[in-house]
Design a protein around this ligand. Structure first.
Ligand code: SAH
Length: 248
């Protein structure tokens, strides 16, 4: 099938983490509408017109409807349109809303999955998000549900005992930490922050749940970042030790 619009996951940063299909779509596009968090090395692969439609830096508009209208206009003009989104297009990327809008406009839409930062980011610093010795599962959750939308039930999430990977959680870390502690999670439960994973700015820190807000402030760790809460977070330190040993 010849799709008019492809929603393409750009992965967390490093272009080597693009899927083969993502690379083909990016290179073959007449026009690429790119979000903020796309690594400059991935943007450099664009051969057609590049339109930055993110909320930060060089934005044309923050309005989601504007983005929908632009995609529809370009597709109807007969252009091969790629909507390039960080990580995976269907994980906190409004991909679902965009697919609905495009289908309502009668367009064929393809979704090209990407590596989501919530899994590839922790992995970049040696954290497996599941590990049968410590956590039989993982919850991917947003720390910032958006204006007027329901907050996740942090107490219920805490009770699952599963690894929590929190996207968009840096600014709200003190509040989230307090809620998880109040729900009974141990203050010394391992926690990690992974910032700008798989980019040139990658940084991380390992701490405890109780120490998380201070650690973020002290280390100056900034968005985009993932918070990883659970026993598996302790593996990050082990990864560092391994690197030290191997470079010694
Ligand atoms: N669709 C994206 C998520 C978009 S929401 C995905 O699947 O990864 C944006 C949030 O994703 C950021 O606030 C941050 O929490 C996370 N994020 C995206 N890229 C990241 C990266 N390279 N390193 C760390 N966190 C990242």
């Amino acid at each position: 099938m010849n799709y008019t619009v492809s929603l393409v996951g750009a992965g967390p940063g490093d272009p080597e983490l693009l899927t083969v299909r993502a690379l083909k779509r990016i290179e073959g596009a007449d026009v690429v509408l790119a979000d903020d968090l796309i690594d400059p090395r991935v943007l450099a692969l664009v051969k057609g017109r590049l339109l930055r439609v993110g909320k930060r830096g060089g934005c044309i508009s923050t309005d989601q409807h504007f983005i929908h209208a632009l995609m529809i206009k370009e597709a109807r003009a007969g252009h091969r349109v790629v909507r390039l989104k960080g990580g995976d297009p269907f994980v906190f990327g409004r991909g679902g809303e965009e697919v609905d809008a495009l289908r309502e406009a009668g367009l064929e839409v393809e979704v090209v999955s990407g590596l989501t930062s919530g899994i590839a980011g922790p992995a970049a610093v040696g954290i497996p998000v599941t590990d049968r010795r410590a956590s039989p599962g993982v919850i991917l959750v947003t720390g910032h549900p958006g204006e007027g939308r329901a907050e996740p039930d942090w107490a219920a999430l805490a009770r699952t005992g599963l690894t929590l990977v929190i996207y968009m959680g840096v600014a709200r870390a003190p509040d989230i930490t307090a809620k998880l502690l109040a729900a009974g999670l141990k203050p010394d439960l391992p926690a990690a922050i992974v910032s700008a994973a798989h980019t040139a700015q990658q940084r991380h820190a390992v701490t405890t749940l109780a120490g998380l807000p201070d650690c973020i402030a002290r280390e100056g760790l900034k968005s985009p970042a993932l918070l990883v809460i659970g026993e598996v977070a302790a593996h990050a330190a082990a990864a560092d030790i391994e690197r030290l040993v191997s470079s010694a």
